[in-house]
Design a protein around this ligand. Structure first.
Ligand SMILES: [Zn+2]
Length: 194
């Protein structure tokens, strides 16, 4: 009788373990599906531009592949340097964007390359993430304050020249209640607000 109880307990433990294992697999699959809904397509990047009053907010998101040519955690000195170079390039906001007929000052910006280059202290988490999901993104955000924003008719996006892996940039913009969407290419990399 004691043995039976032990056997049942062992079975229950096994079942709990199995359920937990199945659930973690499902979570992994869900994450992959969310990723595909988010339209992570190599060659395609996303840009959102919001202009309100005297301020411009720009968000850029891209598969890391377009920016550095890989999506794993950089380990070699060469890969680490490639990520650092890309981050430095993205931080040079006045190289990345050209504003027409207005003077804009950067208030703050951020570049997120954690998907391909983790900080030393969260090294472990990043490795777990990399093994669960083989795709990684790089993103950047910029916040500008400008003079005479009503005169701003267009923004030129120079990302194609900076990162040869970008083929198209799906762009959504909002300007004082108006909105639009445009897909930029190397030959047509200007967002016009009209
Ligand atoms: Zn990818």
């Amino acid at each position: 009788m004691v043995l039976r109880v032990k056997e049942i307990l062992t079975l229950v433990c096994l079942l709990i373990f199995l359920v937990a294992a199945i659930q973690s697999v499902n979570v992994g699959e869900l994450r992959a599906e969310e990723g595909s809904l988010d339209a992570h397509v190599h060659g395609m990047s996303d840009l959102t531009i919001a202009i309100e009053g005297t301020e411009i907010e720009i968000e850029f998101e891209s598969p890391a592949m377009n920016i550095v040519g890989f999506e794993y955690q950089a380990q070699s000195e060469q890969d680490i340097k490639a990520v650092e170079r890309a981050a430095t390039t993205l931080k040079q906001y006045d190289t990345v964007f050209s504003f027409s007929d207005t003077i804009c000052r950067l208030i703050d910006s951020s570049v997120n390359v954690a998907g391909v280059l983790a900080d030393a202290h969260d090294d472990h988490d990043a490795h777990d993430e990399a093994s669960a999901d083989t795709h990684s993104d790089i993103s950047a955000a910029y916040h500008f304050r400008c003079e005479n924003l009503s005169g701003l008719s267009e923004i030129k996006v120079n990302l194609f020249q900076l990162f040869s892996g970008i083929e198209e940039i799906r762009t959504m913009w909002l300007k004082d209640g108006k909105q639009g969407a445009v897909t930029l290419t190397e030959d047509g990399a200007v967002v016009r607000f009209n």
